[in-house]
Design a protein around this ligand. Structure first.
Ligand SMILES: Nc1ncnc2c1ncn2[C@@H]1O[C@H](COP(=O)(O)OP(=O)(O)OP(=O)(O)O)[C@@H](O)[C@H]1O
Length: 468
């Protein structure tokens, strides 16, 4: 049984007659950083739908734009229609999908301790098809994780939650990772365009093409903001909610007193900025799946950030636990290095150019654990798939289409038919609750238990912490 709760923070959907006249709302089934999601029945034909009430204009706009572009893709959640009111916000009417990949992993971990090779292949095949659709359309999802991979009762997996998605500049997909375009993250402070709810969304996109163009091509890049005085007002999204916002460090000044901080990094005040409360800025996103270039503050990145996330998701399907469960951005990098080894010019020529490379440094990992050891009970072909994705150098990561056409999915044992997939039910203790809680909480930034003692020194520009 799916989780249903009485609405807590938002009653507006119940008072919107244009929605309630068409849909009978049965209860809230989920919530995220930007939204509340309700299960509802379409009165005309009794089809079940999910009504996603989005509390953030940018997020709603991105999700509508991406889902309109991807509307014929079988592994992307279907947007039936949407309602938009300037006062009450956007409500997206999505196909209802009762469970997700996080629930599949959790159920397998609790029951058999493994997902069979054929089942894993069918999940991977569907995920890759969904991501390939996005990337062919130059859409970078930016928040791929198991709980955003929703599953129908008959086993069809669909990528959802496009609230952080972006369409890249000048689409030129060729299926070769080396030709992916990169884009500069750009932010809009424009007011929301007014939307006539009777107009279909493709018409809406067309009519607002000019504004979309402005939003994507002309506005000030984050880079400029990063060098500004952070005591000034800043677009909230860029710092606290946007998955592409530079995650220089999720750390507060109180962490400086934490004796467990390790490795070696330093904050330079003119680069990082300090807010009015004396806290360093932090960012929110789904850290466990974030590519190293994002953790090092890149604001110029490409579709490859999704490919890193895929590597993390596939590793989790194989081992039934997250591969890099970092509890701070520094810890996240530390966990990556402990398995893959350090990020150096040898493994990624040019990495020293990353904005924060020189201010976040780690001691040398002499003996990285390696992916083989992490995925000890899986075949070499399975390890190889993860290896092809978890490459430091973004251009070395295998694309979705390369993996779809590769040996792994096209050799025995083949992916099982959808009917043979085990689909768990979501209940009150389901994984989405954990993921959602994690998304909001992000653990404590002071958990550096694997690190040694720290030495704080004041520098001309700020301070530096060295860990031993
Ligand atoms: N189409 C759907 N069918 C069923 N449940 C859904 C659907 N879409 C979303 N949900 C539920 O609502 C939750 C929140 O949705 P979603 O992840 O899209 O919102 P969000 O605010 O963008 O979240 P996040 O904090 O992950 O960015 C999901 O985890 C899921 O449990």
């Amino acid at each position: 049984m799916e989780k249903q709760q009485a609405p807590s923070k938002s009653w507006s959907i119940y008072s919107r007659s244009e929605i309630t006249s068409k849909y009978e709302i049965s209860g809230r089934v989920g919530s995220g950083a930007y939204s509340d999601v309700y299960k509802a029945r379409r009165r005309s034909d009794s089809v079940m739908v999910a009504l996603k009430e989005v509390h953030d204009y940018q997020s709603a706009f991105r999700e509508i734009e991406a889902l309109e572009t991807l509307k014929n893709s079988p592994n992307i959640v279907v947007l039936h229609e949407y309602f938009w009111s300037e006062d009450e916000g956007a409500v997206l009417v999505l196909e209802y999908l009762p469970t997700d990949l996080a629930a599949v992993v959790k159920s397998a971990a609790n029951k058999d301790g493994i997902i069979s090779v054929g089942e894993v292949k069918r999940w991977i095949d569907q995920i890759l098809r969904g991501v390939d659709s996005c990337h062919r359309n130059s859409i970078v999802h930016r928040d791929l994780k198991p709980s955003n991979l929703l599953i129908s009762s008959d086993g069809v997996l669909k990528i959802a939650d496009f609230g952080q998605a972006r369409i890249l500049i000048a689409p030129q997909f060729t299926g070769n990772s080396h030709t992916y375009n990169q884009f500069d993250e750009q932010l809009s402070s424009d007011p929301a365009p007014e939307v006539d709810p009777t107009v279909d969304s493709s018409q809406f996109i067309q009519e607002h093409a000019e504004q979309l163009h402005r939003e994507k091509y002309i506005l000030e890049p984050v880079d400029n903001m990063r060098t500004n005085d952070f005591t000034n007002d800043i677009d909230e999204e860029s710092v606290t909610h946007d998955g592409a916002a530079s995650c220089v460090a999720t750390c507060t000044t109180s962490d400086l007193e934490d004796p467990f901080q390790q490795s070696c990094y330093s904050y330079e005040s003119e680069v990082v900025g300090i807010d009015g409360n004396g806290s360093l800025t932090s960012c929110v996103g789904t850290r466990w799946f974030r590519a190293p270039e994002l953790l090092y503050g890149s604001t110029s990145y490409g579709l490859e950030i999704d490919l890193w996330s895929l590597g993390c998701i596939f590793a989790e399907l194989f081992s039934l636990e997250p591969i890099f469960p970092g509890n701070s951005d520094i810890d996240q990098l530390g966990r990556i290095f402990s398995i893959l080894g350090n990020l150096t010019e040898e493994v990624w020529p040019g990495c020293v150019q990353l904005p924060d490379y020189k201010i976040i440094s780690f001691g040398k990992v002499e003996k990285p654990i390696g992916l083989e050891a992490c995925l000890g009970n899986r075949s070499s072909d399975e390890v190889l798939v993860v290896k092809k994705l978890l490459c430091f150098d973004p251009v070395s990561r295998a694309t979705a289409v390369e993996l779809l056409n590769g040996k792994y999915l096209n050799e025995e044992p083949f992916p099982v038919p959808l009917s043979e997939l085990r689909i768990p039910c979501k209940d009150d203790e389901d994984s989405s609750v954990e993921w959602n809680d994690y998304n909001k909480d992000f653990g404590s930034d002071s958990d550096f238990d694997e690190f040694g003692s720290s030495h704080l020194t004041t520098t001309e520009n700020g301070f530096s912490i060295r860990f031993s």
